[in-house]
Write a protein that binds this ligand. Structure first.
Ligand code: TYM
Length: 342
């Protein structure tokens, strides 16, 4: 009931936050699952987006490559429409408050919760060595979200489990120490939450089945022409639903084209080669403007550096306030330390 003591009178304002790893160049899964939502939501409320370089350290071990991937990620995000005047764009490691918050959350995190997380489980089941960074990865991700009082986290389906972990940790901390953290909710988009790769499985760098957003056109064409298809005869009518080649086409084709292609599938009498050629053309048209913006941004590296520095400053201010709240709540601050930290 509004006005009841102890209850907030209004819903908290919308605060959007998401992060993306610079472990390679962005692919269509990243774009249609997440980045496109970042752009749509940058006007929905305050928005924070970051390049998750600390998370990337669990896979990228060459310093020069990591630096270059972080820079390229910032250029790509702006080229794709992220507007630094509307949203705060920053690099995760520029906000050390988040790593301190990670420790506080680690102290309320049961081991079993992390053992159930799929990124760790997948790697283990494939016999790959897993380090503590990979194991505790969801705790850092929880700190990323909670440090900004985020209410909405636009992601693809594969990140939903991590947001549930975040909610569990926030709930556990709040239960022990009073209301400190805001509980976030994931936001998925219909049709983009699980973009298929060239082999029909989820598009992912680790499965080597990606189509990159800014790939060289010739290389992109070769990949598209090699997309796996079934061997049903040309004349046989086919259901476009569940066909990964069609799903990829539907992401980049204009509505009328999509309908025409669905009709062609249902009628039969066409070859997958035709669909692939149409996909190459639609993809090129869909990303043409972003490609042009990217080329302009590449010519002005100081601009990207300046906007990341500005973003880091804004992000630190916000994360610092939340960290202080958490430190206070669990007894890490005394009058004297509090004064020193300010
Ligand atoms: P990452 O870098 O693997 O992926 C970035 C975003 O792309 C989405 N995505 C997909 N969506 C649909 N279909 C696909 N095939 C596909 N592949 C990737 C992911 O769901 C994600 O939204 N742990 C995160 C990064 C992160 C983060 C955070 C995200 C760190 N801290 C805080 C949100 C909030 C990750 O590895 O995403």
């Amino acid at each position: 009931m509004p006005g009841e003591p102890g209850r907030p009178e209004r819903e908290p304002p919308v605060r959007v936050l998401s992060g993306i790893q610079p472990t390679g160049r962005f692919h269509w899964g990243n774009y249609f699952g997440a980045i496109r939502q970042y752009i749509d939501l940058q006007t929905a409320g305050e928005a924070f987006y970051f390049i998750a370089d600390l998370h990337a350290l669990t896979t990228v071990r060459e310093p020069a490559r990591l630096r270059e991937l972080v820079r390229a990620a910032a250029v790509d995000l702006v080229a794709l429409g992220l507007d630094p005047a509307r949203a705060t764009l920053f690099v995760q490691s520029d906000v050390p408050e988040v790593t301190e918050l990670t420790w506080l959350l680690m102290t309320v995190c049961p081991m079993g919760l992390l053992e159930r997380c799929h990124a760790y489980k997948d790697k283990k089941s494939r016999g790959l060595p897993a380090d503590a960074g990979l194991f505790t990865y969801p705790v850092l991700m929880a700190a990323d979200i909670l440090a900004y009082d985020a209410t909405l986290v636009p992601v693809g389906e594969d990140q939903v489990q991590h947001i549930e972990v975040c909610r569990d940790l926030a709930g556990a901390f709040n239960h022990l120490y009073g209301h400190v953290f805001t509980l976030p909710a994931p936001r998925l988009v219909a049709g983009g939450a699980k973009v298929p790769g060239t082999d029909g499985h989820k598009m992912s760098k680790s499965y080597d089945n990606t189509i990159e957003v800014f790939e060289e056109p010739a290389a992109q064409k070769r990949k598209i022409m090699r997309i796996t298809t079934d061997s049903r005869p040309m004349e046989q009518p086919k259901d476009p639903r569940g066909d990964h080649l069609f799903e990829l086409f539907a992401l980049v084709a204009p509505e009328a084209e999509r309908r025409r292609m669905a009709e062609l599938y249902r009628r039969g009498g066409f070859g997958y080669g035709e669909v692939k050629k149409a996909l190459v053309e639609s993809a090129s048209a869909f990303f043409a403007a972003a490609r042009a913006r990217r080329a302009e941004l590449e010519a002005d590296p100081a601009r990207i550096e300046a906007l990341l520095a500005d973003g880091a400053e804004r992000a630190r201010r916000q994360a610092g306030a939340v960290l202080e709240r958490a430190r206070d709540a669990c007894g890490l601050t005394r009058g004297a330390t509090r004064a020193r930290r300010r």
